[in-house]
Ligand binder design. Sequence first.
Ligand SMILES: [Fe+2]
Length: 331
Amino acid sequence: MTTAMLTPTRVDIYNLPHKALRRAFGRVLATLGAAEWQDAKSARAALAGLESVLQLSDAHAAAEETTTHAALTQARPEVLGTFGQEHAGLAAATRGLRQLAEEVTCAPERDEPGRRLYLEFGYFMADQLDHMAREEERLLPLFHEHFSDAELRAMEGRVMAGLKPDVLVAFVAEILPAATAAEREALLRGASAKLPRPLYEQLLHAAHRALPPAQWLALAKALGVDPDCCAPALLQIDFAYPGPWGREMTATYRMLAESLNELPGLRWKFWSEDRDAGRASGVYLFETAAQARTYVDTHVARLPGFGISDIHYHIGALNTELSLLNNAPMA
Ligand SMILES: [Fe+2]
């Protein structure tokens, strides 16, 4: 049993960021392994996932070096040399991964560089897991020896304040599903006390998106916030439609349906058709009512061009709890 495991009640500055990174590394490794490299869309998604985790990893290492490890260096200058070298090594590995990702992007045949990227990311992840575990086992007891919990919380506050808002939101979105219910609540309570209100609200939106609905409901209740405060918006459009129907409709609108997946904030769309009434409808779930409104303003005007008339639409905020009781798809 490690010293860190013997002192569970002390502030653990590594716990949440490391849980988030472990979760994200695992996901990215699996995504790189399953990527269809010759398929441009699959390759793009895999590389975007890789880049986002590298950004989190960079931000975390920078925060350690400028804040927490810098403080420990003053108290125990002899212990951080190895960890500093490891950070430099991990930074070099990160640059190598980005170079490989670039090669994958540019290569006419992407399978081989894609496979190399997958293997290299595996090595990188193994080094990171080893590094983080040793930080928790060897450095955390030293932090506890030299700093009070109040001082450690102040360091965590400085780390949070030093992150760019978009990086903080991305980090919190990765932390929340990786954390326990109590840790999620404590993190957001701390954020509520320390961060400007608009940034705290962005974190609530991130929590709503990142958590399974039941966990979001539990968190919202624990924090005393309205679970519908960040609820997605449901857009329903119904119109007269002359056809084509069925498979022919699928073939006609396949490309349009694919392009909808690029819309900002669209989670899903149901398509339905009623041949007897000569009507069709679409039900869309957007992250926000503003995104649904933008879609209506920019796309509904195009519908007459597809032979569509008598258009009715409605944008409504979801009642999360009731919708979940009826097993509505929320993700
Ligand atoms: Fe580190």
